[in-house]
Design a protein around this ligand. Structure first.
Ligand code: MTE
Ligand code: MO
Length: 410
């Protein structure tokens, strides 16, 4: 009787609790009893959570904090290894605040659009929500993501090496829609975005980018964006470095030149080996990371595993992801698990039979422009070691014979 169920792959489910089927049941039928769970609780009434749902009490993944959490300039990392699917839950979206999180009443919030325009305008939240909207999935990556890895492997987990990366579905108004509302004057080339937080974050963005896909967003994953993500309004620039996605957006000023703010001169520039700095390196490059197995994990024994990870590019869609288990000597194409969208993450996987020997796991993203992730040696040859931002080298995880996984340069 059990053999049919076993052939269907159900053997692990039955564990000896099969019973003979009652008379009249189809031939070959077997009843299985679900074992009783004495810890199960039944019958929580609806709305016991106040009407806004929370996750199961058994789920405990959280963002980890960096630096002193009471400092107003601080950041938290998304727990990438625990993420299920391609979207980051809003409550686990990484955070980077330069002046803490302001509390803003949306009824009082306004966006001013002025400068090289025919008619400067103020938009209330109601004004913005009445305009045609778009909904798109995009990642945000801080250009400081993975900055600890330039000189030597430093971070202990993938949450800390790569967790300044999150993906949401964003809803809002295209900048091009607002531009039609005010009319752009001849000579318009750049747009300044300004935040209403204590840091008054300001960045200059090329008008061409603003007009092509720049968004003013108020929605994240089906509800209002979270306070930590810029409630009630933020700038969303698909594929651009996180710093340009101005949160708590209150002002846009159109100009014929960049404004050369602190964040685009003293910060968020790339110091090259010859001592000169590159300005306005705005697009995030092709990048990927294996999230399972990754540093600080332990493989219990040799056998079949599924290597899993995330890949993305600020230049367009992910074209392919390759995985190596021998430190980059040989590569195999991974399976892409969701349809690639422009400037959005994909999840990838590859089955791997681990023989118990030491192995070095890597992944390599190629985007639709043909750009591929460099090795760390190639990146350092090009950029030197003065840089802080835009580290996109191939990440290596070493699997030791005892199954322990650690962060290495290979
Ligand atoms: N107004 C304002 N906008 C801001 C910041 C800030 O501190 N203030 N931090 C920037 C940086 S450096 C990054 S990486 C992203 C982080 O967005 P998140 O906190 O929603 O993940 O927001 C950017 N926009
Ligand atoms: Mo950032």
């Amino acid at each position: 009787m059990l053999s049919a169920a076993t052939a269907l792959g159900a053997s692990a489910l039955v564990s000896g609790s099969a019973r003979a089927a009652p008379a009249g049941a189809p031939p070959g039928a077997v009843l299985y009893e679900v074992p009783d769970d004495p810890t199960k609780e039944q019958g929580r009434p609806l709305l016991a959570d106040g009407g806004y749902g929370t996750r199961s009490q058994f789920e405990s993944e959280v963002r980890s904090k960096a630096g002193n959490p009471t400092d107003l300039t601080s950041w938290t990392f998304t727990p990438l290894a625990a993420q299920i699917g391609n979207l980051t839950p809003s409550g686990l979206h990484f955070e980077r605040h330069h002046g803490g999180i302001p509390t803003i009443d949306p009824a009082r919030h306004q966006l001013i659009l002025h400068g090289l325009v025919d008619t400067a305008k103020r938009f209330t939240m109601a004004d913005l929500k009445s305009l045609p909207s778009v909904t798109r999935k995009h990642f945000i990556e801080c250009s400081g993501n993975t900055l600890t890895e330039w000189a030597k492997p430093t971070a202990k987990t993938v949450q800390v090496t790569h967790g300044l990366l999150s993906t949401s579905e964003w809803t809002g108004v295209l900048f091009s829609t607002l531009a039609r509302e005010v009319g752009l004057k001849d000579g318009a080339q750049w747009v300044l975005g300004e935040g209403a937080d204590a840091s008054v974050m300001t960045r200059s963005v090329p008008l061409e980018k603003m007009l092509s896909d720049g968004m003013i967003v108020y929605g994240q994953n089906g509800e209002a964006i979270r306070p930590e993500q810029g409630y009630p309004l933020r700038l969303l620039l698909p594929g651009y470095e996180g710093n340009t996605h101005i949160k708590w957006l209150r002002r846009l000023q159109v100009s014929d030149r960049p404004f050369m703010t602190r964040e685009e001169t003293s910060k968020y520039t790339d110091l090259m080996p010859d001592g000169r700095a590159k300005l306005f390196t705005l697009q995030m490059a092709a990048k990927s990371v294996v999230t399972f197995p990754s540093a600080d994990m332990m493989l219990p024994k040799p056998g079949l595993y599924e290597i899993r990870g995330i890949a993305w590019s600020g230049h367009g869609r992910v074209q392919s992801v390759e995985v190596s288990v021998d430190g980059g000597r040989s590569w195999r194409f991974a399976r892409i698990e969701n349809p690639p969208e422009p400037m959005c993450t994909v999840r990838f996987s590859l089955p791997w039979a681990w023989d118990g020997q030491p192995a070095t796991l890597q992944s390599r993203c190629t985007d639709e422009t043909g750009a591929t992730q460099p090795t760390r040696d190639e990146l350092v040859k090009l950029r030197g070691l003065n840089s802080v931002y835009h580290y996109n080298a191939i990440q290596s995880w070493a699997v030791a014979a005892d199954g322990g996984v650690s962060n290495v340069h290979a």
